[in-house]
Design a binder for this molecule. Sequence first.
Ligand code: IMP
Length: 444
Amino acid sequence: MPVSVVVGAQWGDEGKGKVTDFLAENADVVARYQGGNNAGHTVIANGVEHKLKLLPSGVIHDHVQNVLGNGLVVDPGAFLDELKGLRAKGLNPKIAVSDRAAVILPIHRALDGASEDAGAGIGTTRRGIGPAYTDKAARMGVRVGDLLDPAALRERLAALIPERLALLKARRGALPGHDLDALLRDPTPYVAEIAKEYAGYGEAMKPLVTDTVALLHEKLEANAEIVLEGAQGTFLDIDHGTYPFVTSSNTTSGGACTGTGIPPTVIDSVFGIVKAYTTRVGGGPFVTELSHEEGVGKHLTEVGHEFGTVTGRRRRTGWLDLVLLRRAVQVNGMTSIALTKLDVLGGLPEIKVCVAYDVNGTQTTRLPARTEDLAIAKPVYETFGGFDTLGKSAIVKASREGLGALPTEARRYVEAVEDALDVPIELVGIGPGREQTIDRRVHG
Ligand code: IMP
């Protein structure tokens, strides 16, 4: 299976990094296709934890060619910092950055922060993701290739920045270290400052910037194993997510094609990553949400260490939601599933799964489009028996011997989710390390 896609099936943080890393061991290429440094991928390799934000999860393997595809928004300063951090840990990843990827500017971060401060309520990561994609769609954005051409870069910035400064003023925002009113009267020195800073980034990134579409097609011709790594999750997708509480890109598997230039006809498998329960960071409806202050919600937060990689925010937690997951299976065309963090459910007396929503007294298994309907939807649950906390030796045994070595109730839960979604669950995560995984392709 030379080309596979890895997508999050919920609202992100499903453990895609670990699964991509698992697949990356046998891959030649790992390419990210959307988002930017809003993503948080934690990968643990040889006992060392790596928190990645923008770089693909293949960077911890020397043999992997990592690609930042054209569908990304790249903050060049953040990119160079992250790379420096990895190099300081002794890693020397192979990285190619698309010349067509969009660039995040300081004004994008300022606009993102200003919207949040004004009460937009999305709870973004404030990394400038939305405003950078807005400029891309408005056909006014700067692309990575432009950073290598200082004259063209200045011209683009001169056309873009004054308009965006005016928008920032309208949103009552601020640009750290600058007097916004003075910049509005004469933006020229600020444009020159940013042009110089970003041309500097261009110089530093030059050896890595390339036509990644051509690179990926060369790899395809050589029959390379390619993993396309999604960031965030299905319900943060700009089209399929819980709009407007979404990110600004297509996180679902269709985005893997537009965001890399790899056509749908060569994709063999779509790996959906499903956390054994649900989490969400930021605002927006969450039908199966539990209180984090007590009981099961507190257990999930604490045992699952549910705090964001990028912003450190506590994630909201809740039971597994099959209404969401069935939709995720459909829109992504999942061919297999990795169920992560099953171990976190250990120690709970019972486990619930949402099988339908009750919206104003009417039961439905369809995901409502409107935030207002989702906000009033009540979960209809099916209840399963709980299982004890998995000890170290139980985890080692199950990783070696397969699902059959798990407590009966844990196994039943996995099989019930598999039946409900009608997609094989091939990997089951029972601990944070790469080796704490049941590979059912090997053990059944
Ligand atoms: P943005 O992507 O920073 O614009 O944020 C939009 C929404 O997506 C917010 O609710 C964020 O919390 C959420 N979000 C963005 N990236 C991630 C992620 O990697 N994991 C989980 N949620 C994310």
